[in-house]
Design a protein around this ligand. Structure first.
Ligand SMILES: Nc1ncnc2c1ncn2[C@@H]1O[C@H](COP(=O)(O)OP(=O)(O)OP(=O)(O)O)[C@@H](O)[C@H]1O
Ligand SMILES: Nc1ncnc2c1ncn2[C@@H]1O[C@H](COP(=O)(O)OP(=O)(O)OP(=O)(O)O)[C@@H](O)[C@H]1O
Ligand SMILES: [Mg+2]
Ligand SMILES: [Mg+2]
Lengths: 271, 271
């Protein structure tokens, strides 16, 4: 049955969609059957990316691997009780349906609190949470005491995940693997970045996530978006001669995404 | 009466709160009376920043200028008709109340579509929309034809602003000044960044915004967040000796924020 990977972070612009589409293309190019559920009905970054991909494949006659893509419309709400029965059913039915024709299903959630996003969090086998090297982003996980560095409060997104975990234990009995990854990291180290790193390591036990190596800020992670391609599509990029494939940044990007996929420890057969 | 400046962009993580708090502190340090309405009830980045500021002023015995800060809880919705009468009244009453004791009121909106955010957009005198140098961010404004560079479709956030403008003309008869500013710009030019810039210039007439000089990616724009300070708080930073005030990046940051405030052309008396 499909392994469910959810891209989650209530903080906007942390990189959920960007990492989601890079992981998806990496898995597709390994020959896996990938499903994508885009729960961000207004922006639909993932759905649009794969629409551009289909367009590029057709216009340029390229042999590209494509996932099965589905979008569902969440109704944003402020209380869990607002989840409607039909919405729950629609998502569960979709997950069941994709269970058999996909190896991995990637669910992209919006940068907001929605009922369907919560359900996705409670169904996830792996939850990946990207974040910026910033205490503005850190704040949705928890507040650190500026004096002694201990966790003073847990914030709304940590609560969302804790709630989802309880729901999951109740229904599935299996454990959620919560992976936090810093994204858009600067090439240069800074005192701020070391403080964020230190803060994350201190709270990882308490909040229940494991911290993996970060992903750098690289133009190549966004410049291929309109084409529906990523650095992982080496053959297509070669055929199109569309960006500096041999640049150090490009090779480093491929290695970073490969490493991220390995660190997710998805139950996929790898050579 | 107070000039209403709204920080808006449905795209998450574009820098609404970051630019909002920097503009607010710049205006406070010019001696203006500043009001802040934080409509992002879950993250409350602006409200927390000024709470940290009050804390720093008290703990370190610093003479810092503070704004009047208010938060209001929006109910997210999918149809305009879902705005409740009480919610509209609460926001209008607050705006009226702040009209007389503030020179500028800054409203921070969440990275999502909410009813109160829409009302704020229709009441704004100036709307500032930051965005990343990225077609992922561009997509919420419109789609560009990859072949001839013309605007193919307008997207959801462009519609939100257009709707707000109609509402405003109907109620106020005055014109909205929509300012778009690229944020988190890399120090290095790239083909991608030139394409985004070109795209923005092409659509600015049609969508009705003016494009101003961008703001660079600088650690100093986020590292002072936990202290409730910004580069514009020169005296406080001197007293605390808390970051490399004389670094080139620090001086460049001050100039960038000063320039941004000038380009907003707020009706404030300046020396
Ligand atoms: N590692 C990276 N390098 C360069 N640009 C990046 C990187 N990660 C994300 N971006 C850019 O940062 C912006 C935010 O990323 P993205 O849209 O993936 O975040 P998100 O969490 O999905 O946002 P939302 O909450 O709006 O759904 C986009 O403009 C994207 O192109
Ligand atoms: N010019 C900049 N230089 C460095 N970091 C920045 C800059 N602008 C924003 N950031 C960082 O980028 C992230 C997103 O910024 P911010 O939270 O202000 O965006 P937002 O539009 O308010 O997001 P949301 O939609 O979640 O409210 C934060 O971690 C912030 O510290
Ligand atoms: Mg997204
Ligand atoms: Mg914000």
């Amino acid at each position: 049955p499909a392994h469910l990977l959810v891209c989650g972070n209530e903080k906007g612009g942390s990189g959920k969609s960007t990492l989601g589409l890079h992981i998806a293309t990496a898995l597709l190019n390994k020959g896996l059957r990938v499903g994508v559920i885009d729960l961000d009905i207004r922006q639909q970054t993932m759905a649009r990316f794969f629409a551009y991909r289909a367009q590029t494949a057709s216009i340029k006659s390229l042999d590209l691997a494509h996932p099965r893509v589905e979008t569902l419309a969440p109704v944003r709400r402020d209380r869990v009780s607002d989840v409607t029965h039909e919405e729950r059913c629609a998502l569960f039915r979709l997950l069941l349906d994709m269970r058999n024709d996909c190896d991995v299903v990637i669910v992209d959630t919006p940068g907001a609190s929605t009922n369907l996003s919560d359900i996705a969090h409670s169904q996830a086998d792996t939850l990946i949470t990207p974040m910026n090297d910033s205490f503005v982003d850190f704040d949705v996980l928890g507040r650190i005491d500026p004096v002694d560095g201990t966790l003073k409060n847990t914030s709304q997104y940590a609560h969302t995940v804790r709630q989802a975990r309880r729901e999951r234990r109740r229904l599935k009995g299996t454990v959620l693997d919560w992976v936090v990854v810093r994204n858009r990291q600067s090439a240069f180290s800074s005192r701020n970045e070391r403080k964020v790193d230190d803060g994350l390591r201190r709270v990882s036990m308490q909040l229940g996530f494991r911290l993996v190596d970060g992903i750098a800020e690289r133009v190549v992670y966004r410049e291929l978006f309109p084409l529906g391609l990523t650095v992982m599509d080496a053959e297509a990029l070669y055929a199109l001669d569309v960006c500096q494939r041999s640049s150090p940044s490009h090779k480093a990007a491929c290695r970073e995404i490969d490493r991220l996929v390995r660190m997710l420890r998805l139950p996929i057969d790898d050579e």
